[in-house]
Write a protein that binds this ligand. Structure first.
Ligand code: ANZ
Ligand code: ZN
Length: 865
């Protein structure tokens, strides 16, 4: 071979893939004495094909996994499939494929693609949530939750998707519509199974402060989602009894008891018992209540929906002012299952209330006046004032600030026997019932005599029947001829199985625990194993899971702890949320989407449709999506450039938490670099010292400089990898490669230093380009797998920088750079800075007022003007 030899990735990559698999190189040794490292990426839904977003996500985890293994850890690096869920049923409806067959064939295809990418997964720990052995154990967990009072059933208002005929979680309602079907969501009452996540609300908030290695924004999102609010619950008294309503009060919840004197209406939910009572004799009100059932129950939907009300004609007494009464309205924005299902409206200080008041001509009386403003001068139009201030128009609260007024108002409610302080959470208990076939059956039997009876453990698993039909909408389990008919485990009478299945977020709430003991058929997992391997040391996934999956998983871990399954609280120690992979979109003249491979740029820089050379229009850079055709199939790219080039490319461009732009030019450049590396090493092999040769007693300056370069590269590269700055690590690698290219290897000490450099280079890029590294590792004379070669150690003496080049700023602008011995003290640095010719000439005109020195970093000079 000679220097024009091109690297042949196809052959080399296939060879090493086969060897790794034959020799089980990535199998986790569960009995290892090494410290453990659990590296995990959010497992995918098996939709059919891997896209480059997946490739980037898993490559990030893979680099970390390989790096940790080389650093002496026993690494657990599993992969699996979040395999239940709607798309499989839709495929059944659209294409007549059975959800199970469709899912397993997708899994097979995606597994092959992943194996192609050379990820160091231990495939023996593979888990698919639709495997009976997996959901069998999930049914056990459900029964345990039931025993411990964590799972329970209740009738609840739910989001009903009229197209998918299915209940949706709040999280699945986007802008009032079903996340999948796009249908306007309705509210319905159904008996559902719930998990009591709200009992853990405080613990879930408190735990956030221990998650120091999580992105701050994710912690904030979780805190807001849980939405703890401290307030007060109190009663308004109805002076005249209402026939059929068995109370003389309307109880409300407020977070602003200080604003009570600004109250101009009481609003109750259309589902409030008082509303339902009054509607019996009031057909117009009944129509209004029906109207309000349209739209989702999620707070965001209610906030954006138009405010609508219905005047009941009733009035309640003002709690502190006998001369006043307040009208009672039904309002569509009041939720029945939050607080008490009723509130008092203070239009001056709440945006919803002011919109409502303006619409229905109710008074707007400001009671909190911004600091420094006279109450008489303060008026409001259409925007409520929600800021801080001093109380006015409020009798015994006048002159207090908001915090003091809140406390005094609560004391007054208590003194009158009307109410007390209370904490509320936006978070509701988690409804897990889905009226769907392709999910984990809820292990319950309904008996007319005994009620809801848990399926005895020895009768588990409750298996999904295969022979189901999808010719009609709704749940096929419901209409299966035999499946649901059974006998009651208690009284042996006729009974029916629960036909609802569990929400798929349940499946993904414990898969990371199962990975520690994937094949256990006795129990969900062995306690000792999980206690050893958990928490996950590095979790990588999309920011879109900031509140749902990540909150449920944190809850599940605690719930399992309380059932005795494990001893930890938090499942994920480090969390990394990667950016999206974007690509430009293209359309033809008729506005139809075109794939990137269907267009080309002509010499004028205009885009053309290749097929007929008509103009094409390049559009926005957006997240890759099938519907806009701006996708790239990683398989095709891998075919052309090899796997290592794809792995390198997806990490090289931008910091991994940022979005990434996929370009053809980018992957091309990466491919050239792969070849350059290969040739560099291949060409020097005959000239460097033999493997294992003794270190020379002394080094020439040139050889010593090379060694310094090598050790500095180890230091900065390793630091970048630890910090997830893969793009910086790769940039360093490119520089190092360039610098190595120009060095002559003519003396024994240089031959030795150059071997050190080559071994280092290969080891450093091994986590990113493992196939090429494995190949060159053999060429360097090694016979063990490179993943097991100890990570290069930095010689601190060699890595220490001799000199640093730093900027000198004058009034914040860099005016000069100076080079000086590393570690120079502030005084020396200042001297060198002010003696720099450019700086000296500036200072000659305007003397320095102040000089700030950060040794080895920067000098900042402040001058007048
Ligand atoms: C009077 C008031 C005056 C309020 C004011 C706000 C501002 P968070 O923070 O989310 O807990 N509320 C109470 N129950 C409700 C329900 N079932 N559906 C919709 N809204 C409800 O919000 C608490 C506030 O939301 C409460 O404080 C109440 O309005 C309203 F200047 O009471 B407030
Ligand atoms: Zn029974």
């Amino acid at each position: 071979m000679n220097s024009t030899t091109r690297y042949n990735p196809k052959e080399t990559e296939a060879k090493w893939r086969q060897t790794w698999s034959d020799e089980q190189v990535f199998k986790t040794k569960f009995d290892s004495k090494r410290p453990k490292y659990y590296s995990l990426e959010m497992f995918p839904y098996p939709s059919g094909r891997l896209h480059v977003g997946h490739a980037r996500n898993y490559t990030i985890g893979d680099v970390i996994g390989r790096y940790k293994r080389a650093s002496g850890y026993e690494v657990l690096r599993p992969m699996g499939w979040d395999a239940f869920g709607l798309p499989a049923e839709n495929a059944a409806l659209d294409r007549g494929a059975h959800p199970k067959d469709w899912t397993y064939s997708n899994i097979k295809e995606m597994r092959e693609q992943m194996q192609l990418l050379g990820f160091c997964y231990d495939w023996d720990a593979e888990v698919a949530t639709c495997d009976v052995i997996y959901y069998h154990q999930q049914q056990k967990i459900f029964l345990d939750f039931l025993k411990h009072g964590i799972a329970y059933q209740k009738e609840a208002e739910v989001n009903w998707d009229p197209i998918d005929n299915c209940v949706l979680a709040n999280e699945e309602v986007v802008d009032g519509r079903g996340w999948r079907s796009g249908a306007l969501v309705e509210r319905r009452k159904l008996t559902q199974w719930f998990f009591g996540i709200t009992k853990y609300a405080d613990e879930l908030i408190d735990g956030l402060s221990t998650l120091t290695e999580w992105p701050e924004k994710v912690r904030i999102m979780q805190e807001n989602w849980i939405g703890k609010s401290q307030g007060c619950r109190f009663n308004f008294i109805l002076p005249v009894p209402v026939a059929g309503y068995d109370s003389d009060k309307i109880e409300v919840f407020t977070t602003r008891p200080d604003t009570i004197f600004g109250a101009s209406f009481v609003a109750i939910s259309p589902q409030h018992p008082l509303s339902l009572t009054l509607a019996k004799d009031n057909p117009a009100m009944a129509v209004f209540i029906e109207e309000c059932k349209k739209g989702g129950t999620a707070a965001a939907d209610i906030e954006t929906a138009e405010k609508k009300g219905f005047d009941t004609g009733l009035r309640v007494a003002h709690p502190f002012d006998d001369t006043k009464t307040i009208p009672v309205w039904l309002a569509n924005f009041v939720l029945m299952d939050y607080g008490t299902g009723a509130l008092f409206g203070c239009p001056a200080h709440d945006q919803r209330d002011i919109e409502f008041a303006r619409k229905y001509n109710l008074p707007v009386l400001p009671v909190v006046i911004p600091h420094g403003v006279k109450p008489a001068d303060f008026t409001l139009e259409n925007d409520a004032y929600t800021g801080d201030g001093i109380l006015a128009n409020s009798e015994f609260l006048n002159g207090l600030d908001v915090i003091a007024a809140k406390q005094k108002a609560i004391d007054a409610f208590v003194a009158k026997g009307l109410g007390q302080a209370e904490t509320n959470y936006r978070l509701r208990d988690w409804g897990v019932s889905r009226q769907r076939y392709w999910g984990c059956p809820i292990p319950i039997i309904h008996c007319d005599t005994c009620g809801a009876v848990p399926v005895p453990e020895n009768q588990l698993p409750v298996e999904l029947p295969y022979d189901v039909t999808f010719d009609r909408p709704g749940n096929p389990l419901d209409r299966h001829p035999t499946w649901k008919h059974t006998t009651c485990p208690k009284c042996s009478g006729k009974a029916q199985r629960e036909t609802d299945t569990m929400a798929t977020f349940v499946d993904s709430s414990w898969y990371f625990l199962r990975f520690c003991d994937a094949k256990n058929t006795e129990k969900p997992f062995d306690k000792d194993r999980v206690n050893h391997w958990m928490p996950v040391d590095q979790y990588v996934g999309g920011i879109e899971h900031a509140v749902l999956h990540l909150l449920y998983a944190r809850f599940f871990t605690r719930a399992l702890r309380d059932c005795g399954y494990l001893n930890i609280d938090e499942p994920f120690r480090n969390l990394f949320t990667q950016g999206m992979v974007n690509h430009h979109t293209y359309r033809d003249q008729d506005g139809k989407w075109l794939y990137p491979y269907e267009v080309e740029k002509n010499s004028n820089g205009d885009w053309l449709k290749i097929a007929d050379q008509t103009p094409a229009i390049a559009g926005d850079l957006i997240k890759m999506s099938k519907s806009k055709k701006n996708t790239v199939d990683p398989s095709e790219i891998m075919e052309t450039y090899g796997i290592d080039a794809v792995r390198l490319f997806v990490l090289s461009d931008s910091p991994p938490e940022k979005d990434f732009e996929w370009t053809a030019a980018g992957i091309d450049g990466t491919w050239r670099f792969v070849n350059k590396l290969y040739r560099l090493i291949f060409d020097v092999l005959p000239h460097i010292a033999a493997k294992g040769s003794a270190q020379p007693a002394s080094f020439s300056d040139a050889a010593l400089n090379l060694r310094k370069l090598t050790h500095r590269t180890i230091a900065t590269f390793t630091d970048s990898i630890e910090k997830f700055h893969f793009n910086a690590a790769i940039a360093r690698l490119r520089e190092y490669t360039n610098e190595l290219g120009g060095i002559k290897i003519d003396t024994p000490d240089m031959q030795w230093a150059y071997r050190e450099a080559m071994e280092t280079l290969v080891q450093l890029f091994a986590p990113i380009m493992p196939h090429l590294a494995e190949e060159l590792w053999r060429d360097l004379g090694y016979s063990d797998f490179i993943i097991d070669a100890a990570w290069p150690q930095v010689d601190a003496e060699l890595a220490r920088k001799d000199s640093v080049t730093i900027g000198v700023q004058v009034n914040g602008k860099v005016r000069a750079t100076i080079t000086l011995p590393a570690g120079s003290d502030a005084k020396t640095t200042e001297q060198i800075a002010v003696n720099d010719p450019k700086i000296a000439s500036i200072l000659a005109q305007t003397p320095a007022k102040k000089i700030i020195v950060v040794p080895d970093r920067i000098v900042n000079i402040v001058v007048a003007g």
